[in-house]
Design a protein around this ligand. Structure first.
Ligand code: EPS
Length: 356
């Protein structure tokens, strides 16, 4: 199972084509729409989301409410469709695809930014929300949330939170964190940053519950589950770091304080872990490129969005003279939205492993 996306930020819309989705699954379109709605939300979003009201149209691959095994086409229409009249930009924005894309393809910046835009993630979320419905039939659940925004610390969640508890907490926070009591402080931080004409990034985390032992493989570099997840997540716009389990912190620990000792509990024989229990999950549910029956835990670092009200130094591509970047509008903070994108991208990657 795999997917591709197509579409431009201010073109007619965004499309996702999902191949090799199994036949016979009942598909609930409202679950895809709910994820699209969540992706548009979160405190700190810019003016664009007041224009768009994303819903999916399923163009192919579903018959009488069920998947047919044929390619599934998911279509999300853009309301702000003005690509042909949108102004040309001559100053590439530091941090964006503008400079490298324009030079590589020998094109003006406009067609580059239109495809590089994070609007494309609407397609990834639609594909992921479809894949989640396959995961559900295998008893797997996925939840994504915001771990931090900017430099403001949030408590570190313990490994003991259940899926339901994480979901309940996350859905009561305007910032999609699992500590809604910190929303006020985070919101005023975002307001201050926005007033200063700046943008802010953060860290998001995704946990997958009910993952059986043995997804992925140790046998080849491109069959490893951690490698597949890292590529899927790292390819999301503005993501600059990915870690699984303890991630970078594991480099500082001794082996005895890192690896998760193995125990056996026969009452769990019929669950995902087949009875093989761990007191800790520092490995984040993956050992040797394979799922080990523990929840998968993956984090991603999102850089601040490169479109800033406060201009940055750049060069006019025609004259090669110094010119500040120009600004139309942007998000001050899209970290909550990124948590939805990472959640759905992870869901798709795991679902592809059960349906190879
Ligand atoms: C984006 C620029 C902004 C964001 C956009 C990503 O769009 P606009 O230029 O129309 O204001 O809002 O994200 C989305 C449209 C979205 O749906 O997430 C960019 O340049 O990457």
């Amino acid at each position: 199972m795999y997917y591709k996306t197509a579409g431009e930020s201010h073109g007619q819309g965004i499309l996702a084509l999902v191949e090799n989705f199994p036949a016979g699954l009942e598909i609930d379109k409202s679950k895809i729409d709910a994820e699209l709605r969540r992706r548009q939300g979160g405190y700190g979003r810019g003016g664009r989301q007041k224009i768009e009201a994303d819903t999916v149209e399923i163009l192919t691959g579903i018959w009488q409410g069920k998947s047919t095994g044929s390619p599934i086409t998911l279509w999300i229409k853009n309301r702000d469709c003005r690509i042909d009249t949108a102004p040309e930009i001559m100053q590439p924005r530091p941090g964006h695809a503008d400079l490298a894309g324009s030079i590589k393809y020998g094109l003006p910046i406009r067609p580059i930014l239109e495809r590089a835009s994070a609007r494309e993630t609407a397609g990834r979320v639609a594909a992921g929300a479809l894949a989640k419905q396959l995961l559900e039939t295998h008893g797997m659940t996925v939840v994504g949330f915001v771990r931090s925004i900017g430099s403001l610390p949030l408590p570190t969640p313990t490994g003991n939170f259940s899926f339901d508890e994480l979901l309940r907490r996350r859905d009561s926070s305007e910032l999609y964190t699992i500590y809604p009591e910190h929303d006020t402080v985070l919101k005023s931080q975002i307001d201050e940053i926005g007033t200063a004409g700046d943008t802010v990034g953060g860290v998001v985390e995704v946990r997958v519950f009910g993952v059986p032992i043995g997804l992925g493989s140790h046998t080849q570099w491109d069959a490893k589950l951690d490698g597949k997840l890292a590529q899927a997540v790292m390819s999301i716009q503005a993501i600059k770091g990915v870690e699984i389990g303890l991630g970078f912190e594991s480099a500082q620990r001794l082996g005895s304080a890192m690896h998760d000792p193995i125990g056996y509990d026969s009452t769990l024989e019929h669950s995902a872990c087949q009875g093989f229990v761990r007191k800790t999950n520092n490995a984040g549910g993956i050992e040797g490129g394979m799922s080990n029956g523990q929840p998968i835990i993956i984090r991603a670092a999102m850089k601040p969005i490169p479109t800033l009200k406060k201009p940055l130094d750049s060069i006019d591509l025609r004259t090669k003279q110094s010119m500040p970047t120009i600004y139309e509008r942007s998000d001050v903070c899209a970290v909550p939205a990124a948590s939805v994108v990472v959640e759905n991208v992870v869901a798709f990657t795991i679902a592809s492993e059960i349906n190879r």
